[in-house]
Structure formats: C-alpha cells, structure tokens
Design a protein around this ligand. Sequence first.
Ligand code: SRM
Ligand code: SF4
Length: 571
Amino acid sequence: MADTIKLSEVEHVKDASNYLRGTLAESVKNPITGALFPDDTHLIKFHGSYQQTDRDLDSERKHQKLEPLYSFMIRVRVPGGVASSAQWLRMDELADAYGNHTLKLTTRQAFQLHGVLKRDLKETIQGFNDALLDSIAGCGDVNRNVMFNPNPHQSRVHEQVYAVTQAISAHLTPRTAAYWELWLNGESAYSCVPNEGEGDFEPIYGKTYLPRKFKIALAVPPYNDTDIFANDLGLIAIEEHGELLGFNVAVGGGMGMTFGMPDTYPRLADIIGYIPADQVVDVCEKIVTIQRDWGNRENRKFSRLKYTLDRVGLDVFKQELNHRLGFALEAARPYTFRSSGDAFGWSTGPDGARHLTLFVEGGRIQDLPGNQLKTALRNIAHFHTGDFRLTGNQNLILANVAPEHLLSIQAILSENGVPVEANEVHTGLRRGALACVALNTCSLAFAEAERYLPKLLDRLEQVIRQQGLSQDEIILRMTGCPNGCARPYLGEIGLVGRAVGRYNLYLGAAFNGERLNKLYREMLDEDGIVQELTPLLADYAQNRQPQESFGDFLIRQGYVQPTTHGLNFHQ
Ligand code: SRM
Ligand code: SF4
C-alpha cells in the first residue's frame, strides 16, 4: 500500500475552495474586522493580494487592546514590465486614493500597492482593471509575473521575445472565474476573462493548483537583467542574424532558504537543452505540469521545483519532459551573459527611438523632499506617447520618447529634482543595489531592507569614493530575511537580515548572475558591515586584474570559495 501523504494545510484550503472562491465574498464584506477569515488569507494570494499589518504600529495597538492595523498589499502583474502611460496614471491615482501614496516597482517587474483597506479592495481592483491591468496570479501557487526586460534600445529580437513572454503569461494564467466574480461583478474590460463554461476548470493546474509558486524569466544574451537562473524556469534567447531562433531551457532556480535548516538552500537553474521558438509555450506548460504532479505537497519548505529536481535527479526530469512533449530537447546552444544590471540614462534604439532609464532607489515611486519622482512621472504620463517599462532591477525606462517630448521630459525631471543621468550622481554601488520591501509591511522580515539600505550606502559610498571605485559596477543586494526577494545570493555583496539591525554577509556571486555567493560573516551590525567591507574594497582597488569583477576578485584572492551548486551553498 502506498504511504499515506499528509498534505499541508494550504492544500486542504485550495481543495475546498471551489477554484479559489472560499468564503472570500463573506470575508471581504464582514464589517467586524479589517481582516479576512483565516483560510481566505491563503486564497486571496492567488488574487494577487496579501493581508498585512503595519508592523511599526503592532505593539502600540496591542497595548491599546486594538486589533492590528490590517491592510492589503496588491501586486499588479505586468508581463515583461511594459505599461502604458494610461496604466501608469491609473496606478498613481490608486496609490493616492486607496494606498499609502507610493508605488513599489518589484524585483519581478510588477507594481505593488501597499496599505489598501479591506473595504477598498474591490474599488482598487476595479480601478486597475479599467486600465486593462490585473492582479490574478500576482501571488499564490501558480505561475507568477513572467519576466523579460524588453530593453527597447537593444534589438528586434527583444520585440520577438517580448511577444513570447506575453504568450507564456496568457497561457499559464489561471482560468477560474473567481477573480472576475469576486472583484469585478463578473464583468471585465480585460481580454483574459474566461469564456462561458470555462471558469471552473483549470486545464493546466487542476483544482489544487501547484504545490508552490512558480517563476519564469526570459533574457536575451549578453544581458541577464532578469536573473533567469533564479527562476524555476529560465529561457535564454538564441538568435541568428538578428532573428529569434529558439531558447536554451534552464530549470530549478530559486533563492529562498530558512536559517538553521541546511537542507533548504538557494539554487541556480540548470540548463537542460534547447528548443525552437514555436515550441516554447508547450515546453513551459509541460514543465509546470511535471512540477504540479511531482512537487512536494506535504511540506511547503521543500515544494519548489529546485527540491523536486534534486530529489528525482536531472536525468529523470529530462526523460519525463521529453516523454510529455513527445520529442527530445536538443543540445543547448552557446551563449554568453555579460551582466545582470541596467544601463542608465538616455539611449537610442536601432530604429532611432529614444529611451531613458531612470534609477529608482529601492523601486519605490514616491515624493521625497528634493526628489519628487512620483509627481514628475505623473506629469510625464499626461503627455508621454511611449511607454513605461519596469525592469527586474526595480528601475524604470521611459521608452519610445517622441522627439518633441525630449526637452519637456528632461525639464520636468530636473524641476522635480530627479537625476536624469544616474551615472553622474550616484556611485556604481548604489545604482546596482536592490532591496526588498521588508519592514514595515512584510510579515516575514527580521530586519530592515528598503528603508535602511540608502543610509548604509551613504557610509559605504565614502569608502567606495576613497578607493576610487565610484564608477565601478558592484552588485549589492539586501533583504530583511533569508527568503531572498531581492535575490541576495546573487549579490557580489549580499546582506541578509537575521535580527533587527543584524545581517549575514555573503560574498562572491558572479557579475552576470551565473554563480551564487557564499556566507562570509554572520550577525554584523552597521559598523561591522563597513569594517568588513572596507579592506576588501581597498584590496580590490589595488590588486584587481583588468575587467575583473568584485565577485570574481574575492574568489581569486581566496576570501570565499566559489559556490558551484545550490547543494554546496552552505559548505
Ligand atoms: Fe518575495 C514572500 C515581496 C520577489 C522569494 N515576498 C514574499 C512576501 C509576499 C511576504 C509574505 O509571504 O508574507 C513579501 C511581501 C512584502 C511586501 O510587504 O510587499 C515579498 N518578493 C517580494 C517583492 C515585492 C520584493 C521587492 O521588494 O521587490 C518581490 C515581488 C515580485 C513580484 O512582483 O512577483 C518579491 N520573492 C521575490 C523573489 C525574486 C524573484 O522572484 O526574482 C524571490 C526569490 C526567488 C524565488 O522565488 O526563489 C522571492 N518571497 C520569496 C519567498 C521564498 C520562496 C521560497 O521558495 O522559499 C517568500 C516566502 C514564501 O513564499 O514562503 C516570499
Ligand atoms: Fe519580506 Fe523576506 Fe521577502 Fe524581504 S526577503 S520582502 S523580508 S519575505
């Protein structure tokens, strides 16, 4: 007799939910509390939202015998990160009307609104639906926002890969009608609404969806600006004579781990072969279904595809994939990644169109004294005829700027104190830095990240300038816990929160996103971080070889051993 499987609690909730409906309708209407019923807190994730509390106020409210200040984060999908001016304006309005007056550009090219009260959830979702945006599958055990940086200045292949990105995203969007019923009264301006009779049938996912989240990213070499190896499924575009031919397929990436559990680890995806472009959607579907059938549904700590792969072995996985496809993957084709960051400032595309990549610290669109970024972008969106492109590094491209708008865009940014050429204002260290949200909204944060990193960088930049490294690109990534939302294990410098004001320091990832870093020191406070990094940066400034990146240098000098696979990350 087969062993009895003890499914995790979330599996039961999904199973009983009638395709993600649960009791969400009643929960949302319940006026007694700002929260949802417990089971619905799992289900609302599939609708793109998390129930959160304001952690800055939790203890004060407890003291006053009040329930926590519940509010909701809503993650709005933007496949490939491309949003129109009208969509930008709508998100800006909604942040003011229902959110905390800021927009977060995430590390997966989505918009996040924070601080939306339960009573405003419906109006908010209807608000972005009117602008043809949705939050379905923003979170939850499904395929998430599909990443691709369609850097408009680069090539025609980027346009072709962007079309593939949209096709994958649409194909893997859940078919349940629950989202449309609950938030949109069964109506939608948006084309993804299920056809009559389809809404209670999930041809790809089935009624319990996937064991865990699933992530896909695409990239066109030499730019790995979506960190494809951090994804469950990464697709590397292979081109010939400026035309897209197909993709190398990489599987099993993921960042999350838990402190004190060495059998959890970050892992980079392994390349398993090549497929022609017209088969890519099918390959994505089959990989998703293998994970649906083989992924661990008992313990969510081990549910991601990376653990499935290390359990069954890459060869068995490949055989199963070939079997489900009915053909074998070809041998992977050669490619080279050079970098994983963004290039800032004005650029010109092959068609002569002009684009401006702006540095957005921590991905947060807000007005600060002396830097009114939110206002500037709102004013630009009123007339900009091109689009707004969110990058996987939390930055923003104003793409396809009409020639007659160039000067006015420049003027608006400068009036509002927004630097146009980040290279002239910030060090390479700050420009390449990523920080996750962490406090005050993330319930899993042990330490600050987005709110604190700018201050830490003020100190580190002094060292950088003293050492003459101002314009050197060095990748630093900080998170408030080991889950890895800013992909810290791909930082040449990775800082991961252990406790309030204390971080583990990881070193030695590759500049192009092809090697993980390694633990160097634990539980450092701010002085400790600066003291540990100062001699390393000085050594780098004096003894590096031409073109040698900081991560490679640290390994050559023996400060850390290279991590060659997730399984030896902790060694
Ligand atoms: Fe993440 C959970 C924020 C990208 C790995 N992530 C969370 C939650 C929802 C906390 C929670 O579960 O209660 C955070 C909400 C904070 C808040 O207040 O907004 C959160 N993750 C984010 C964002 C907003 C970080 C940011 O500052 O940009 C990113 C949203 C991406 C998006 O638009 O979809 C974000 N999260 C990532 C990434 C990066 C990526 O995908 O390239 C990772 C690492 C890659 C990976 O998935 O392995 C990531 N988030 C996690 C994990 C660990 C998953 C694991 O397999 O162990 C969790 C915790 C979990 O799922 O249990 C998590
Ligand atoms: Fe929250 Fe941790 Fe993700 Fe940061 S890394 S947003 S602290 S879950």
